[in-house]
Design a protein around this ligand. Structure first.
Ligand SMILES: C[S@@+](CC[C@H](N)C(=O)[O-])C[C@H]1O[C@@H](n2cnc3c(N)ncnc32)[C@H](O)[C@@H]1O
Length: 272
């Protein structure tokens, strides 16, 4: 298989990546046939996957605007993905041109494409790092060179924690990040769940099987389990809810029309 110019040297393009599959669900072009094949298989079980992803992106943009409205001008977006439409730095800097955004991902294509998109933007960086090693993120010179962690930050963990298995201690990693942040900081989080999916669990579980086969397990967690990621933070109204229900821009926003958009949960917590 030929490696296109945007794909960094050394990546294995015979194995699907969750980052490139997500890019495909969102209509992006930074994916290969292996990614599309796995994504199509996942969609055989859960045809509404692209809708869920769109609801996830729409939630994220509303949460970023909410953060700017509450006076936050620094963003740490871990598991930021391959840049697409309406990225965090675009939304934040449109609302506040001085806003600073540090992206983190461990996928080489996400990192390379972010570097290309951020070229010339001196208020946004991308660091290659792993959510499972939060100490390295907090000490990363690219991040500490841009963000002042003694001031409030919005930490984004959007559609990433469901890729961290319990054995890799996601609760400990998030606790370490939460504790490192200054009072007034926000935690913006979305997570996949069987709750809300408009299909019997046994059917939706086929999708989980696809991710397991590509050795990138998708971990469905319950509302209660997802809520525990916010421990010690106060929930911003309306709490941990279906993504379209979190402060919709209009009473009947377009994503509210599709039942799939109500799969999983999103919420924002604040450190007192
Ligand atoms: C579904 S995408 C979400 C992208 C973006 N946050 C959004 O919601 O639009 C998940 C991203 O998390 C990244 N990811 C998964 N596990 C990670 C880890 N342990 N450390 C850093 N990034 C991770 C993947 O590479 C992928 O780009």
């Amino acid at each position: 298989m030929e490696r296109p110019a945007w794909a960094p040297q050394g990546i294995d393009i015979s194995v699907p990546s969750v980052s490139r599959m997500y890019d495909f669900y969102l209509g992006g072009s930074h994916n290969f046939e292996v990614d599309r094949e796995a994504a199509r298989k996942a969609m055989e079980f859960l045809p509404g996957l692209p809708k869920i992803m769109q609801a996830n992106r729409a939630f994220m943009r509303r949460a970023v605007r909410h953060a700017v409205d509450s006076g936050i001008d620094q963003f740490l977006d871990i598991g930021s993905g391959i840049p697409t439409f309406g990225n965090v730095h675009e939304v934040a800097q449109a609302a506040d041109p001085g806003a600073k955004v540090a992206y983190v991902d461990h996928d080489p294509v996400a990192v390379a494409h972010s570097q290309a998109v951020l070229e010339g933007n001196d208020r946004a960086v991308i660091a290659a790092a792993d959510l499972r090693r939060p100490k390295e993120i907090l000490a990363n010179p690219e991040i500490t060179g841009l963000l002042d962690l003694d001031r409030p930050v919005a930490l984004l963990l959007v559609a990433v924690l469901h890729f961290i298995e319990d054995a890799d201690e996601p609760y400990a990693a998030v606790a370490e990040l939460r504790e490192a942040l200054a009072p007034g900081s926000l935690l913006v989080l979305t997570h996949a769940s069987y709750e809300g999916i408009p299909l019997p669990k046994a059917e939706a579980a086929g999708t989980v099987g696809v991710y397991k086969n590509i050795r990138n397990p998708l971990i469905m967690r319950s509302h209660e389990e997802i809520g525990r990621f916010f421990e010690g933070y106060e929930m911003v109204e309306p709490g941990l809810v279906s993504m379209p229900e979190w402060r919709p821009d209009t009473p009947q926003s377009p994503e509210q029309e599709d039942p799939y958009a109500f799969s999983g949960f999103g919420g924002v917590g604040r450190k007192a």
